[in-house]
Design a protein around this ligand. Structure first.
Ligand SMILES: *[C@@H]1O[C@H](CO)[C@@H](O)[C@H](O)[C@H]1NC(C)=O
Ligand SMILES: *[C@@H]1O[C@H](CO)[C@@H](O)[C@H](O)[C@H]1NC(C)=O
Ligand SMILES: *[C@@H]1O[C@H](CO)[C@@H](O)[C@H](O)[C@H]1NC(C)=O
Ligand SMILES: *[C@@H]1O[C@H](CO)[C@@H](O)[C@H](O)[C@H]1NC(C)=O
Ligand SMILES: [Zn+2]
Length: 375
């Protein structure tokens, strides 16, 4: 798996420089090669309290699936615009039980580095504890976790090499006049109707059409093909300290809105109990802003019962550049929230799924809070 992965990465880099999307491909490649010299040799010394370059995350993914071959498999999802391979980790305890799926992706927005750090933390926690921790063991009895550590790989690399605050993907538009689509405006949910732009220079450029980007297509195809089995769709962002439910594209409420809020609020309480951090819970259009084409709204619309966006720390002090000394506390508290949601999803589905409440559309309170940046 490792040599193959290495070859694919190298191939990706070569093809990528050949296409000349970057300002100075030769320099760029040299820089990437230099940075590939890794400061760690084995999984045991991998630091979960640091941000990692994509090369290191690729290596981490292949090492973790080699170390836990019975529970983790690295699966190919698709190729990015700049032809890098996308992989997700399937965490599944072998058994004859019928399983349901929890999906989690991180790093759809390039600059939100705490998100990929959390996906890696989550995987580490599950793998270190599933044998001895009865809570995690119970979850894994009936649930598989699909984790995509970095969705927007091209953009993530660009934030390491060129522009720390880059948000979008790196696709070329208008004959190279501008770069990048906001992948969280490119899903097929009321595409580009509100809170998104058709101007490719803008931060919220929605792309040439719904699901026009290879990264969006790759995720949509997998989710679509497994939608009957996916109970919960989690997508991790920063910043703002929010747990957001559908919808963003309308103030209408989703069919199980009350239930989503209740489960989300319980998760926020569990999160706060860890380190005292305050989160707010609500529908995106109510407590953040209106936006169309998000993965969360799309997941809800295709029938996945639980769909949440997390906006991790902080609340405006460091914004997207959260210091590394906050990684651990952020991941620990977020872990509590995510486990709380999984416990609830598990309990609702496997024990009381016949009594699932479906609420009617409720009157919407307008609580639009103005934020300074786009998350
Ligand atoms: C988007 O969804 C609609 C149904 O809501 C469907 O008719 C259309 O084909 C989809 N478009 C893409 C590009 O998937
Ligand atoms: C919101 O709900 C109203 C009333 O049911 C419906 O007419 C409208 O199409 C909905 N809007 C969206 C964007 O789904
Ligand atoms: C974040 O900061 C804003 C502005 O200071 C405040 O209104 C909001 O309540 C804070 N949110 C949380 C979850 O602490
Ligand atoms: C409830 O769970 C059972 C498995 O215990 C499953 O067969 C059934 O389809 C579920 N029902 C609903 C409504 O999700
Ligand atoms: Zn974001």
């Amino acid at each position: 798996m490792k040599p193959l992965l290495g070859t694919l990465c190298l191939l990706g880099m070569l093809v990528h420089s050949g296409l000349g999307h970057h300002r100075s491909p030769v320099q760029q490649t040299q820089k990437l090669v230099d940075k590939t010299v890794t400061p760690w040799r084995s999984l045991e010394t991998y630091s979960y309290n640091k941000y990692h370059r994509m090369e290191e995350i690729y290596q981490w993914m292949s090492q973790i699936s080699e170390k836990y071959p019975d529970v983790v498999t690295q699966r190919f999802l698709g190729m990015t615009y700049e032809t890098r391979p996308m992989y997700y980790l399937k965490i599944s305890q072998p058994s004859d039980n019928t399983k349901k799926i929890i999906w989690m992706d991180c790093g759809i927005h390039a600059r939100e580095w705490i998100a990929p750090a959390f996906c890696q933390w989550f995987v580490k926690e599950i793998l270190q504890n599933y044998r001895d921790n009865s809570r995690i063991r119970r979850l894994l009895t009936y649930l598989d976790f699909y984790v995509l550590p970095v969705l927007n790989i091209d953009g993530y690399i660009y934030t390491w090499t060129t522009d720390r605050l880059w948000r979008k993907s790196r696709s070329s538009h208008d004959d190279g006049a501008c770069f990048g689509t906001d992948l969280n405006r490119n899903f097929n949910s009321s595409w580009c109707s509100i809170g998104a732009s058709k101007n490719c220079l803008d931060e919220t450029f929605c792309g040439a059409g719904p699901v026009s980007e290879p990264e969006t297509k790759a995720v949509s195809s997998l989710i679509e093909s497994k939608k009957e089995d996916i109970l919960c769709f989690l997508t991790i962002h920063s910043y703002g300290q929010l747990i957001l439910t559908p919808y963003g594209y309308t103030k209408n409420k989703s069919s199980n809105h009350e239930e989503l809020i209740q489960v989300g609020q319980k998760a926020a309480n569990a999160l706060k109990a860890k380190h005292g951090t305050n989160y707010r819970v609500g529908a995106s259009a109510d407590i953040l802003y209106a936006l169309s084409g998000s993965s969360r709204d799309w997941a809800k619309d295709i029938g996945i019962p639980f769909a949440y966006t997390f906006e991790l720390r902080d609340n405006g002090t460091y914004q997207f550049v959260l210091p590394e000394d906050q990684i651990q506390d952020t991941c620990e508290e977020t872990m509590e929230a995510v486990l709380s949601i999984m416990d609830d999803v598990y309990a609702k589905y496997w024990h009381s799924n016949s009594t699932r409440r479906v609420t009617s559309t409720t009157v919407v309170l307008s609580l639009l809070v103005p934020f300074m940046s786009l998350f």
